[in-house]
Unconditional design. Sequence first.
Length: 200
Amino acid sequence: MERLGNKGDLTAGELTVDIAQGLYLAGQIAAMFTSQAWMQIGNLMNNSRFQKFNKKLGIVFIVLSLLSFAPGSLLSVQAGTSGFNVSGRSLLDANGNNFIMRGINAPHNWYPDETSTSFQNIKAKGANTVRVVLSSGQNWPKNSASDVANVINLCKTNKLVCILEVHDTTGYGEDASATSLAQAVSYWKEIKSALIGQEA
């Protein structure tokens, strides 16, 4: 079978199997949101074939799979649901208005005492979104579930869409100090009590 890219990379057949597994897993995660599904995605991320595949493309693929194919996901929202939904090429808010993200990063993990004031200033500048830096505890102090719940409440107070990110994993596959995707999955599972029910 012909190899894709360099010697030792995936064959087209291996890639097809990995894509099929990814699609199946995406549906499983969205449908169940159980710890078993999160363990399976962690196992996929640690799979040697997945690691040979371009990690950035693989991550984008998994995210798009979750959004595109999973029941109840952003791209398959049923009529009458509240929150964000997609219509054609537009992201719509709960009122059916076109939503365009305007925002900035907030280094919450590094400057937690400044988060409340930062969010107020970000909103005052016309932003509707804030990307919040969190840590799973590998490279910086861990943000607890209660801390994340507080961040979400600050976003709500300031009418900002809250985009949470685990900064320890930023650069995974390119930066030796970045933690694995499986470790990020473990962190999200650990703090899921702060996240469930907060979806837009």
